[in-house]
Ligand binder design. Structure first.
Ligand SMILES: Cc1cc2nc3c(=O)[nH]c(=O)nc-3n(C[C@H](O)[C@H](O)[C@H](O)COP(=O)(O)O)c2cc1C
Length: 321
C-alpha cells in the first residue's frame, strides 16, 4: 500500500510502501507492473534484461522490456549477466532511458543462465560479485541493487558473505529469495536466513518467497524485520494483494473490471494480436480461483483460444458472473 511518508530509501530514492511486485520473466511487463502499482505495489522491477540484447540490439524485444510509464517511478532495470565490463557497458547504454535504479540478477536458476555463471551462478563466484558492484556503483550515477538466492545449493549457502560483499561494494539494497539455486521453487523459503541478512547489513533488505496471503505479509515482516516484501507468483492470481486484500475478499465485479483494464492495456502495449495472445496466461491465472465452478472444459478452451477481445470479455462474464 502507498504511504505518504517514505517507508525506506534506496540511497536517496524514497520508496512509499513496503509491498513490491517481484520481477518475473514473462509476467512483470509494463502493463502488469502498472496494474500492480495502481493496486499498491511501491516499486517497479522490469523482467530481467539480458545485457547481450542491449549490446547486440534486439530492437523490439528490448524496447518492450525497458518500456515503463512515469507513474511507475521508481523504476528498476534488472540486468542479467556475469561479465562486469559488459554489465557496465549495458547499463551505460540504458542510462538515456532514465531508469531510477539498476538491479543485478543473482537469483535466476534456469540452467541456461546459472550454468554459464550468470543469475544464481554468480553466487559461486563471490569475487566477481564484488567486482560487479564495485565497478557499477562507482561508474553509474544511480543506485545499484542486487536480488539474490541463499546460495548455490545446501552445501554452499553463502548468503551472509554475498550480502556483505554487496553492501561493502556499494550495493544499495538486497532483495532475498529464501531458497538456494538447487531448490529452484521446491520446498519452503527459509525466512530465518532472510532475517539473518537483515541483521548483518544496514542497507534495506526486501524479503521474498512464498508470500501468498495478507497474513503471510505480516508474518514475513514480523519474522525478518525487513524493509519490504516482494511478491511474485501469488500476485499473478491476486494482484489485489498489493491493496492488502486476499483473493476471496475481491468481488467478481472488481475482478472483471481489473481484468478488462489489464486486457485493454495489453492490447495497447503489444498491439491487438499479440496483446490478446499474451493476455491468455494472465487470464488463466485470474480465473484460477473460479475453476472449481468452471465445470465446462469447452468454455475454458474457448476462452484460452479466443482471438477477439469482446468475445473474450463476454466469456469472462460467464465464468465470473
Ligand atoms: C515465471 C517466473 C519468472 C521469474 N523471472 C524472474 C526474473 O526475471 N528476475 C528475477 O530476479 N527473478 C525472477 N523470478 C523469481 C521471482 O522474482 C521470485 O523471487 C520468486 O518467484 C519467489 O517469490 P514468490 O514465492 O513470491 O513467487 C521469476 C519467477 C517466476 C515464477
Amino acid at each position: 500500500m502507498h504511504t505518504s511518508s517514505p517507508t525506506f530509501y534506496i540511497r536517496d530514492i524514497p520508496v512509499h510502501g513496503n509491498l513490491i511486485l517481484a520481477p518475473m520473466d514473462g509476467y512483470s511487463d509494463q502493463p502488469f507492473r502498472s496494474l500492480a502499482r495502481k493496486l499498491g505495489s511501491a516499486l517497479s522491477y522490469t523482467e530481467f534484461i539480458n545485457t547481450l540484447d542491449v549490446i547486440h540490439k534486439q530492437p523490439r524485444f528490448l524496447a518492450e522490456r525497458i518500456a515503463y510509464t512515469t507513474d511507475e517511478r521508481p523504476i528498476v532495470y534488472q540486468l542479467l549477466d556475469n561479465d562486469p565490463q559488459r554489465l557496465l557497458a549495458a547499463a551505460q547504454r540504458l542510462l538515456p532511458h532514465q531508469p531510477d535504479i539498476f538491479d543485478i540478477n543473482l537469483g535466476c536458476s534456469a540452467r541456461s543462465v546459472s550454468g554459464r555463471g550468470a543469475g544464481a551462478g554468480l553466487l559461486k563466484t563471490p569475487e566477481k560479485i564484488a567486482t560487479i558492484f564495485n565497478l557499477l556503483s562507482k561508474n553509474l550515477p544511480i543506485p545499484v541493487t542486487g536480488k539474490i538466492r541463499l546460495g548455490w545449493d545446501e552445501n554452499t549457502r553463502n548468503y551472509q558473505l554475498v550480502a556483505r560483499i554487496i553492501e561493502e561494494n556499494g550495493g544499495q539494497l538486497i532483495a532475498v529469495h529464501g531458497r538456494t539455486r538447487a531448490q529452484q521453487y521446491s520446498g519452503q523459503a527459509d525466512w530465518d536466513a532472510i532475517a539473518e541478512i537483515k541483521q548483518i547489513v544496514s542497507i534495506p533488505v526486501i524479503a521474498n518467497g512464498d508470500v501468498q496471503t495478507v497474513a503471510d505479509i505480516d508474518r514475513i515482516l514480523a519474522h525478518t524485520h525487513c524493509d519490504g516484501v516482494m511478491i511474485g507468483r501469488a500476485a499473478t492470481t491476486n494482484p489485489w494483494i498489493f491493496s492488502r486484500l486476499d483473493r476471496h475478499q475481491v468481488s467478481n465485479a472488481q475482478v472483471r473490471q481489473t481484468l478488462t483494464e489489464h486486457l485493454h492495456a495489453n492490447l495497447q502495449f503489444y498491439g491487438p494480436q499479440r496483446g490478446m495472445i499474451l493476455f491468455r496466461k494472465y487470464a488463466s491465472r485470474y480465473i484460477q480461483p473460479h475453476l472449481p465452478e468452471l465445470l465446462d472444459p469447452q468454455l475454458r478452451l474457448k476462452l484460452l483460444t479466443c482471438t477477439d477481445p469482446q468475445t473474450f470479455l463476454d466469456l469472462i462474464a460467464q465464468i465470473i458472473p
